[in-house]
Design a protein around this ligand. Structure first.
Ligand SMILES: C[S@@+](CC[C@H](N)C(=O)[O-])C[C@H]1O[C@@H](n2cnc3c(N)ncnc32)[C@H](O)[C@@H]1O
Length: 309
């Protein structure tokens, strides 16, 4: 039996990037917003996962689930039962309420609708009913109020997604963000327990990035003022949010120089750019693994993952 059911949600302009993240995390193609799997994944890492149902019992016969609860003599205090709507199988509102009531009835203990300690959930996908414990706490927006931010920073959703695309499920990888700006990506990676270093050539920006880190209890020295082209250390993955030349002049040749610098840093790159740089990456010996774009107003960004051949 598949043990976990993940509920995805994304804005229409985020679908491609969500699918790219999914592929890097689970190594398969995303086919629906409801993902049944054996893999227990920290769903709070992805901004697209609304919640995870840890399945206790599934069956095409609802009464079998009720019987299971009775047989197990389930007893929980301060619980509630909810119905999880989905876009695949519609269950009428009244019926969904009735199913919740039927589930709650044989569970011993006490109900707490306002502040439950445990949330049981039921849903129906195609012909199958799924019953389990639902987790939907998100903590990924805890870095929203940074002391310093600036106009060309990535937003938290994109930064978090970028980190997931860069490392996949392997949180032990050593990561570098060599053009880290005020440290948005670095903070998100640190929140997932990833070993990451950040660099920025700009004195003021790198100082502000260190202040941001310290504000959230991390060591400021994780970020240093340095020109990335002269970094010597080696990492597993480089996340490069390349200067766009939108707010201040930055030529294509300067961007290529930064890409050249990235080659010696790590065998894998996750690049954010405002133009398609696939040809440049290929000339530098990379193979493109995956790519998606995010359109925000008039602003288009490419996220590209590539590996050195
Ligand atoms: C697009 S911004 C990065 C924004 C960052 N991801 C954030 O969310 O704050 C690019 C950054 O690259 C830095 N930069 C430009 N050339 C650099 C170099 N040679 N070495 C290190 N940093 C550089 C700029 O100072 C700028 O802060």
């Amino acid at each position: 039996m598949k043990k976990y059911l993940y509920f995805y949600n994304y804005a229409p302009n985020e679908q491609a990037i969500c699918e790219m993240e999914f592929k890097q995390l689970f190594h398969e193609k995303m086919i629906s917003k409801y993902y049944l799997t054996h893999q227990c994944f920290d769903y709070t890492r992805s901004v697209f996962i609304k919640g995870r149902l840890d399945i206790i019992k599934s069956s095409n016969d609802f009464d079998e689930i009720i019987q299971y609860i009775k047989d197990k003599k389930m007893c929980y205090y301060e619980f509630k039962v909810i119905y999880l709507k989905n876009e695949i199988t519609h269950v009428e509102y009244q019926e969904s309420l009735e199913k919740c009531r039927q589930i709650a009835f044989p569970i011993d203990g006490s109900v707490n609708i306002q502040n439950p300690e445990i949330i049981f959930a039921i849903t129906k996908l195609k012909d199958i009913w799924y019953f389990g414990i639902y987790h939907n706490q998100t903590n990924w927006n805890e870095y929203y109020e940074k002391p310093y931010s600036y106009s060309h920073s990535l937003n938290i959703r994109d930064a978090r997604t970028l980190v997931n695309i860069a490392v996949g499920h392997d949180l032990s990888l050593k990561v570098v963000d060599p053009c880290c700006g005020i440290g948005t990506v670095v903070l998100e990676a640190l929140s997932m327990g990833i070993d990451i270093k950040g660099f920025d050539i700009n004195r003021e920006v790198s100082y502000q990035a260190r202040m941001n880190l310290e504000h959230f209890g991390y060591q400021g020295e994780i970020i240093q003022k340095q020109d990335m082209r002269f970094l010597k250390e080696h990492y597993d993955v480089v996340i490069l949010d390349i200067p766009y030349g939108v707010y201040s002049p930055f030529t294509h040749q300067q961007q290529i120089d930064l890409l050249k610098g990235a080659v010696s840093l790590a065998p894998v790159i996750t690049l954010v750019s405002h133009i398609d740089m696939n040809e440049d990456l290929i000339k530098l010996g990379y193979r493109i693994i995956d790519q998606a774009t995010i359109q925000k107003g008039n602003f288009l960004r490419y996220m590209t993952k590539a590996i050195q051949q």
